[in-house]
Design a protein around this ligand. Structure first.
Ligand code: KDG
Ligand code: MG
Length: 403
């Protein structure tokens, strides 16, 4: 069998997605997600102009060899654009392999290690009361773990506060990025009160998570971790800018609050220090942005040696194809921790028909061959690309700050 075609489809059913479609001489088609939020066309071009031509004629069964060929063959290494492009090819080839073998991808990866994948949803609010009501709705829907984000008084554009249905929380804007304002001092006083209110109303029988989104200094993050200990968070995520791995030594020295990092990192080398020095508890690199299933499972295997568990990024800007791939891998690894499940805004369901299910706080990728996602290209054509950007953050004096 040979790869006979590879094409990139950029569409916007609810938000922008970049999808790679790989065709083979046997008529089997595989799909991969190549979405990099706000920089979609860079990956689309990387694939179209530099990768798709190299795939034609290759044996789709040779997944690892293709990965090495694309990674080492480019000479230029790592980075979100390269690793997202390689991920799309890798995931599409696992999809093909599963369809050829008539097996779901998790069976190819060694089979299920658990019956379901624990997922966390997002509750947010313009104040703690609204957040608390959203939290209650999540519990009614069956969630066993919920991320909490509330607007910091005085900072209307606080990260994580959804303007709508909760599925697009980073107010993506066209033409020019929106600008938000931030001061960590107000946030540091406010965040423990959010946890206090949630624990007071809902008790300790539910997992509570929180995303700091790279905004603190190491010592501020240490202080936050300490202040939250009594509320027993499942984790605090990205307390400081993730690229500075050594910063986590400071945080670790001061608090036992579990730490999750990795959604903006793209390779095993980017998380090597975090894992081997046991500076984090959960690694959040994703299938889509970390070189696909083949590379992410190496990250998880390294993490397993050091007692670090998985906690993959699963925001709505990773397409349903990425979510399906994540669920297959989550099911098959021994050191699974939790999976983010934000869901996708309609009409995404018209373009991506998925076979994964949610029940009582757990997801399952299903037993369809391959990934179990059908990509409807004709439906995708009805939703053309719309340029959009993530916001930019500034401190009150105008200094650009991590968003
Ligand atoms: O595109 C950026 C989002 O995926 C990111 O802001 C989401 O931090 C995020 C999360 O934890 O879901
Ligand atoms: Mg995050």
């Amino acid at each position: 069998m040979k790869i006979t075609g590879a094409r990139v489809v950029v569409s916007s059913p609810g938000r922008n997605y970049v999808t790679l479609v790989v065709e083979t001489s046997d008529g089997v088609v595989g799909v991969g997600d190549a979405t990099l939020n706000g920089r979609e066309l860079a990956v689309a071009s990387y694939l179209r102009d530099h990768v798709c031509p190299l795939l034609i004629g290759r044996d789709p069964a040779r997944i690892e060899d293709t990965w090495q060929y694309l990674y080492k063959g480019a000479y230029w290494r790592r980075g979100p654009v390269t690793m997202t492009a390689i991920a799309a090819v890798d995931v599409a080839l696992w999809d093909v392999k599963g369809k050829v073998a008539a097996l779901p991808v998790h069976d190819l990866l060694g089979g299920a290690c658990r019956d379901g994948v624990l997922v966390y949803g997002h509750a947010e609010g313009r104040d703690v009361e609204e957040l608390s009501d959203r939290f209650a709705e999540h519990l009614e829907r069956g969630f066993k773990a919920v991320r909490v984000q509330a607007a910091v008084p005085g900072a209307a554009g606080t990260y994580g506060i959804s303007p709508g249905d909760g599925r697009v929380y980073e107010p993506a804007s066209s033409h020019l990025p929106e600008e938000a304002t931030w001061e960590s001092t107000a946030y540091l006083d406010f965040a423990p009160t959010v946890f206090a209110a949630i624990r007071e109303r809902f008790g300790f029988g539910v997992h509570v998570l929180h995303d700091v989104h790279h905004r603190l200094t190491p010592i501020e993050a240490a202080r936050l971790g300490r202040a939250l200990e009594e509320y027993r968070p499942f984790w605090i995520e990205d307390p400081t800018p993730a690229e500075d791995q050594s910063a986590f030594r400071t945080i670790r020295a001061h608090t036992t609050t579990p730490i999750a990092v990795g959604e903006v990192l793209n390779s095993i080398w980017d998380v090597q220090t975090l894992i081997t020095e046991r500076l984090i508890d959960y690694v959040r690199t994703s299938v889509s942005h970390t070189g696909g299933i083949s590379h992410l499972r190496k990250v998880y295997a390294l993490a397993e040696l050091y007692g670090v568990r998985s906690g993959a990024h699963g925001a709505g800007d990773l397409s349903p194809i990425a979510h399906a791939a994540a669920l297959h891998l989550d099911l098959a690894i021994p050191n699974f921790g939790i999976q983010e499940h934000m869901g996708h805004r309609e009409p995404a369901g018209e373009v991506f028909r998925t076979s994964y299910t949610f029940s009582d706080g757990y997801m399952h990728p299903g037993s369809a061959p391959g990934l179990g996602v059908e990509f409807d290209e004709r439906a995708a054509a009805r939703f053309p690309y719309e340029p959009r950007y993530l916001p930019v953050n500034r401190r009150t004096d105008g200094t650009v700050h991590d968003w």
